[in-house]
Design a binder for this molecule. Structure first.
Ligand code: ATP
Length: 372
């Protein structure tokens, strides 16, 4: 029996509701695939905690997250939970974990699931990944910046060779892994930048070109960020793995989510060499919290990403199978309507949506027999 320790941070707003559904799905994986168990440790972390105690996360919770095999988070933050200087407290948790555990790759898969309403017309083959550099870029100026004069401010972008190499290598390895799992796909990594305007982005591209030489079997492309925004809307079927600077990744991954059904569909992982944290890309949506109406799909798909990462890291193929099974069950349950929540034009509650995915997994597991 392999036991994997997961630190669970349900968080605020809709966080606990969507996390509960993802945990139901993880439990189903352990029922269907013998030999794996998850030791879940849940921590009270986030804005509610900050409002009650003045601290969003204890050192003890941080240490447990650091020692866990993976971190699984719902959503963190409330508009009223702020530091005296106006900063939201979600950074106390998310940035702390991201920076202190060096979760340098922000990974956002973008996949269209049939049955989900979309503004797009050509969605059938949309299946790509935005890889965002997570700890440098323009956001490295966070809490810095310079009010040069009363009428002038500046923020400085940070691009290092080592930081860029790490995230670009991650993108190439991911492209190779995707191709190995889907016969016939020729892997492509696209560098997204604005190298025609800023030196920092020209340097990002220079480092990308250097890393690309080590992966001769992977096709490469280079696009300016403004052109890429248009391709994501007009020709998303030609995209595979995109890698880019922090702020560009923040913006283009939200655009990507909007093209495949919105925030309730967007899964994400913050991934490093030794640690990783998985959470839906959406926030805490306080206006719909506690009503059992939030869409749990993004959180459930983030759980599938976690299994993929753990399966790869610990050489546990049944976890990778489990991830594929979750995706298939989500796809089926969205298509037949049983998992479609209000934001997707359906009428299922949060818990009904999660249960629909679980039921579909049990059906698929029954059809194919249990794996050990
Ligand atoms: P944050 O500033 O915390 O990142 P945000 O500005 O991205 O938050 P969210 O909290 O993600 O905002 O939500 C914005 C709106 O999107 C919500 O009010 C809600 O209507 C919708 N939304 C977000 N997540 C979901 C979900 N899982 N299910 C249904 N609707 C959602």
């Amino acid at each position: 029996m392999t036991t994997l320790k997961i630190s669970v941070l349900p968080g605020d707003g809709i966080g606990p509701e969507v996390t509960a559904e993802a945990l139901k799905v993880l439990h189903t994986v352990t029922q269907l695939y013998k030999g794996i168990e998850f030791e879940l440790e849940t921590f009270d972390v986030g804005a509610e905690r900050f409002l009650k105690t003045g601290s969003a996360m204890t050192e003890e919770a941080f240490t447990h997250c650091k020692e866990a095999d993976a971190i699984f988070m719902g959503a963190i933050g409330l508009p009223e939970a702020r530091h005296p200087d106006g900063r939201e407290v979600n950074g106390d948790v998310i940035f702390r974990l991201r920076f202190d555990l060096d979760l340098y790759a922000g990974v956002r898969p973008v996949r269209f699931y049939p049955g989900v309403p979309t503004v797009m017309t050509n969605t059938s083959k949309v299946d790509y990944v935005v890889v965002r550099e997570n700890v440098e870029g323009l956001y490295a100026s966070r809490n810095g910046g310079c009010r040069v004069r009363d009428d002038l401010t500046t923020d400085t972008i940070v691009i290092t060779r080592s930081g860029t190499e790490k995230v670009v290598k991650y993108a190439f390895k991911l492209a190779a892994q995707r191709a190995s799992r889907r016969l016939g796909l020729s892997p492509t990594v696209t560098c997204v930048d604005k190298s025609n305007v800023l030196k920092s982005y020209a340097f990002f591209r220079e480092v990308f070109d250097g890393v690309a030489k080590d992966y001769p079997d992977i096709h490469t492309e280079r696009e300016y960020v403004d052109a890429m925004a248009a391709y994501q809307v007009l020709n998303p079927e030609r995209l595979d793995v995109l890698v880019m600077e922090n702020m560009f990744g923040d913006i283009l991954s939200d655009l990507a989510g909007a093209t495949v059904g919105g925030l309730g569909m967007a899964a994400s992982g913050d991934i490093g060499d030794d640690h990783a944290m998985f959470q839906p890309a959406h926030g805490t949506a306080p206006t719909i919290a506690g009503k059992n109406v939030a869409n749990p799909t993004a959180t459930i798909l983030s759980a599938a990403m976690m299994l993929d990462w753990l399966g790869d890291k610990h050489q546990l193929p049944q976890l990778i199978d489990g991830a594929r099974m979750i995706e298939r069950a989500v796809s089926d349950a969205l298509q037949d309507g049983s998992a479609r929540t209000v934001d997707l034009g359906g009428h299922r509650s949060t818990s009904e949506s999660g249960s629909a995915v679980v039921n579909r997994m049990l059906q698929i597991g029954g059809d194919h027999g249990v794996r050990s």
